[in-house]
Design a protein around this ligand. Structure first.
Ligand SMILES: Nc1ncnc2c1ncn2[C@@H]1O[C@H](COP(=O)(O)OP(=O)(O)O)[C@@H](O)[C@H]1O
Ligand SMILES: [Mg+2]
Length: 354
């Protein structure tokens, strides 16, 4: 007797087996549809917006294989191509190789900082990087890079030219366009995701190895709409070592999985302060590093200290001048888990013989 039947709701399946979201996504049932119509059964969903009724037997077999073995079936089809054009589809941008989203449970944990540092560190290592600020709740990204210029228009086109930081990193942010910070408050939901989608596809990013996206804080609608608007390859999760951090991580992991995405790694920010005598003070409580790894099933990329220089540089447009061993470690560890950028030499062990 199979554990999952065509009358089981998608929400129930994904709740018990989060990886089932990948199976649904493979058939074009992006799990946005499950959070919208929670009660929908598999039969209704496959008949309604899947590729056709014929495939329900395959879907059922694959779901039950997952339920029985805990593993995704080997014959899972590739995800269907992202719908292009239309206001609701995933935006397209030929020059951008990989989109990396930075997410956090709540605000103020250093999400924007980590997004900025990833861009700076990758760029220092010779990769082409851009930053898309998808968090309109504050001007952190432009402030951190000291960018105030409004985007221009590429001559003779309808494409926007992103302003560039001191070291040449292109940056797009709603905060560069809105006349005031108060204005951002009235921008909600669909307007924001529409704008973000345009920031992705109608901006002259050029050739980028990585586009780093600073998502809105939280694990609800705001980050979700941005994630859905862009072809995100992987998510970096930022937390602090406070008691509830791991619960937030569990929630974030579920959200990312529902969208068929990957958590590449976790960053514990504000992990400790280094005292003048060199000892480490864990001001926000003991590190949750190990728990984070277990909750996210992803590696800990770095434990970033509370460093007064960070606050100083981030507030004054000087983030590109930051240097610290932990920062270096973050980039090294990120590159170990990131989707391979062609700018990186292919490892000798990969056996690419011609
Ligand atoms: N490790 C750190 N050491 C010192 N200050 C930090 C650190 N991480 C973040 N900050 C500061 O804390 C504030 C919040 O960080 P931010 O990246 O804007 O958080 P979020 O994007 O999650 O809301 C900023 O003023 C930032 O400069
Ligand atoms: Mg921020």
């Amino acid at each position: 007797m199979p554990q999952i039947t065509p009358d089981t709701t998608i929400a129930d399946v994904v709740e018990r087996w989060p990886d089932a979201a990948r199976i649904f996504a493979a058939y074009g049932l992006s799990c946005a549809s499950c959070s919208i119509s929670k009660g929908e059964t598999i039969a209704q969903a496959v008949g309604g917006h899947g590729r056709g009724r014929l495939e329900i037997d395959t879907v059922m077999r694959q779901l039950n294989e997952l339920a029985a073995t805990g593993k995704l079936p080997a014959d899972l089809p590739e995800r269907p191509p992202a719908p292009s054009g239309g206001p609701k589809g995933v935006a397209q941008q030929a020059g951008v190789k990989h989109v990396i989203a930075v997410m956090s449970g709540k605000g103020g944990v250093g999400k924007s900082l980590v997004a900025g540092l990833l861009a700076v560190g990758l760029s220092r290592r010779g990769m082409k990087v851009g930053v898309l600020d998808g968090d309109i709740t504050g001007p952190s990204i432009p402030r951190m890079f000291g960018v105030r210029e409004k985007p221009g228009v590429v001559h003779g086109t309808q494409t926007l030219a992103p302003p560039r930081s001191r070291t040449g990193i292109p940056i797009m942010s709603m905060n560069l366009i809105l006349p005031s910070e108060e204005e951002a408050v009235i921008w909600r939901g669909p307007m924001v995701s529409g704008a973000i989608r345009q920031f992705f596809s109608d901006v002259a990013w050029g050739e980028l190895d990585f586009l780093i996206v600073d998502l809105p804080p939280g694990t609800s609608d705001a980050p979700l709409t941005v994630m859905q608007a862009l072809p995100v390859d992987g998510v970096v999760l930022v937390t602090t070592p406070q008691a509830l951090a791991t619960m937030v991580v569990t929630k974030a992991v579920r959200l990312v999985k529902q969208l068929g995405g990957d958590i590449l790694g976790v960053v514990e920010n504000m992990s400790y302060v280094t005292a003048p005598d060199g000892s480490r003070l864990e001001v926000f409580g003991p590190s949750q590093g190990l728990k984070l790894v277990i909750a996210s099933n992803a590696p800990l990329l770095a434990k970033m200290p509370i460093d007064p220089r960070i606050a100083e540089l981030a507030d004054n447009g000087g983030i590109e001048g930051y240097d610290a061993p932990e920062f270096d470690e973050l980039i090294t560890n990120f590159l170990a888990v990131a989707p391979a950028a062609p700018a990186e030499p292919v490892g000798a062990g990969h056996g690419h013989s011609h």
